[in-house]
Design a protein around this ligand. Structure first.
Ligand code: SAH
Length: 386
C-alpha cells in the first residue's frame, strides 16, 4: 500500500533519520500537497467523523450568541474580525451568522475570516458563506493587525500535531517513526546507523503494512522540562503528549489579541488536568485503525490538553475562563429554550430529531463532555457560558 504522503515520509526518514510523532502527524494531516486535509474533503462520502455543528443548527446558533455577547462586552468595536479556525464545511459560521442577523450593528461591524488549510473545504465554505465575503488564511500571520478579533474554533486543536514521550526501562524516551524495511539492513539510513552505534538506546516495535515501524530514541535532558514534574517517575509504558503546534498557535493568537483586543473560544475533546495516556487516534472509514496504517487516508487526532493551552494563554497575559463541559456551556447559553422554540413549528418527526440532536450535543457519553475554554484580555467580565 502506498500513498503520496507515505512515500514522502519514507524519503524524509531515509534522509534525516527517525521522525518524531509531531512531525509525522503534521505531514500526514497538513503536508501542503499530500496531507489528509489537503487532498480530500474529510467530511465527504468517505467522511470519518461527525462534529457538533453538523449534528444541529443549534450548536452554531449558541456560538453566534456567545460571539455577539462578547462583542458587546468589548464595547461593540466596528470593524472587527470574526475568525473561525478550522471551519470544516462552514456550517458553524453559517448558523452563527444567521442567528445574529438581528443584533443591531453586529453584522455591519464584522468581517468574516477563516483559517483553513484544505482547498476542498475552502470551496465548501465559500458556498456556505457566499453572502458574507469571507477572507481565507493559511496561518494567523496574514490576518489584519489593526482591529480586534473574536475567534471561534470547534475541533481545531485536536487536529494539530503532538509529540509523544514514553517511559521505558531506561527512563523517558521519545516515540519515533522508522522505515521498518531498514531493520533488514542494519546499516541502511540514519535509523540503521543509530541502531548499529547505540543498540541499547534504540528499539523498534511492530512493522505495519505501510512499511513503517515505531521506535524510541533518547530524550534530550532539556526536553524533560516539557513533562510535568509529577510524571517524571511514572511507571514503564506511560505516555505523555505535548503539542508544540497548539502551544505556538495559542501563544501567537494571544499575542495578537493583546495588541489588537479580542477574545477566543475553543471547543474540543480533551482533559482539564495534565494527564498520561496515548490520545492519538486514527479513524479510517468510521473505524479506529493503527496510526501507522492507512497513512494519508485516515484522519488523525489527539486529545487536547486544556491545562497546557491555559498555561500558554496565561504566559501571554490572557484571562482564562473554564474549561467547562460543552453540556454546561450550551445549557447556560440557552440551548434548551432554543430547542423548545424550534419544536413549536415542527412536525412530530422533526421534534424527535431535535430531541436526538439535543442528547448528542449534551449527554456526557455523547459530546456533552467535550470541553470549552474562553480567552479574554483586559476586561475581566466573564464571557457568557462560563
Ligand atoms: N470545525 C469544523 C471542522 C473540524 S475538522 C467542525 O466542527 O465541523 C478540523 C478542521 O481544521 C478542518 O477544517 C481542517 O481542514 C482544519 N485544519 C486542520 N489542520 C489545520 C491547520 N494546520 N491549519 C488550518 N486548518 C487546519
Amino acid at each position: 500500500m502506498s500513498t503520496p504522503v507515505l512515500d514522502f515520509i519514507k524519503k524524509q526518514i531515509a534522509l534525516n533519520g527517525p521522525m518524531d510523532m509531531g512531525t509525522f502527524t503534521g505531514h500526514v494531516l497538513a503536508h501542503p500537497k499530500y496531507g489528509y486535509y489537503i487532498r480530500q474533503d474529510p467530511f465527504g462520502a468517505e467522511g470519518h467523523f461527525i462534529t457538533s455543528p453538523e449534528i444541529s443548527q443549534m450548536f452554531g446558533e449558541m456560538i453566534g450568541a456567545w460571539a455577539a455577547d462578547l462583542w458587546m462586552k468589548l464595547g461593540q468595536p466596528n470593524p472587527f474580525i470574526l475568525l473561525e479556525a478550522g471551519p470544516g464545511r462552514g456550517t458553524l459560521m453559517m448558523d452563527a451568522l444567521r442567528a445574529t442577523k438581528n443584533i443591531p450593528g453586529f453584522h455591519d461591524a464584522l468581517e468574516v475570516h477563516l483559517l483553513e488549510a484544505s482547498p476542498a473545504l475552502r470551496k465548501r465554505q465559500a458556498k456556505a458563506l457566499k453572502d458574507y465575503q469571507p477572507h481565507w488564511h493559511g496561518t494567523l500571520e496574514t490576518l489584519p493587525r489593526d482591529k480586534p478579533l473574536i475567534l471561534i474554533a470547534n475541533e481545531f486543536l485536536d487536529a494539530l500535531p503532538a509529540r509523544q514521550f514514553e517511559v521505558t526501562e531506561k527512563g523517558w524516551m521519545e516515540r519515533v517513526v522508522v522505515v521498518a524495511e531498514e531493520k533488514k539492513n542494519p546499516f541502511g539510513g540514519m535509523a540503521g546507523v543509530m541502531r548499529a552505534l547505540a543498540p541499547n538506546l534504540f528499539s523498534t516495535g511492530a512493522e505495519e503494512e505501510s512499511g513503517l515501524g515505531s521506535g524510541l530514541v533518547p530524550l534530550p535532558r532539556e526536553m524533560m522540562t516539557l513533562i510535568p514534574k509529577e510524571f517524571h517517575e511514572a511507571p514503564a509504558e506511560s505516555v505523555y503528549e505535548f503539542s508544540p503546534a497548539s502551544h505556538a498557535f495559542i501563544r501567537n493568537l494571544c499575542a495578537m489579541m493583546r495588541e489588537q483586543g479580542g477574545a477566543a473560544l475553543f471547543i474540543d475533546y480533551g482533559h482539564k488536568e495534565p494527564k498520561l495516556g496515548d490520545g492519538l487516534r486514527a479513524i479510517y472509514r468510521h473505524k479506529v485503525v493503527h496510526p501507522l496504517t492507512h497513512v494519508g487516508d485516515a484522519d488523525l487526532s489527539f486529545h487536547v490538553d486544556f491545562s497546557a493551552m491555559a498555561a500558554a494563554a496565561r504566559a501571554e497575559g490572557a484571562h482564562v475562563h473554564g474549561p467547562v463541559e460543552q453540556r454546561q456551556f450550551l445549557k447556560s447559553l440557552g440551548i434548551e429554550v432554543r430547542a423548545e422554540a424550534l419544536k413549536k413549528n415542527a412536525t412530530d418527526m422533526q421534534k424527535e430529531d431535535i430531541d436526538t440532536a439535543m442528547r448528542r450535543l449534551t449527554e456526557p457519553d455523547q459530546m456533552g463532555n467535550f470541553l470549552v475554554i474562553g480567552l479574554t484580555y483586559g476586561s475581566t467580565e466573564t464571557p457568557a457560558g462560563f
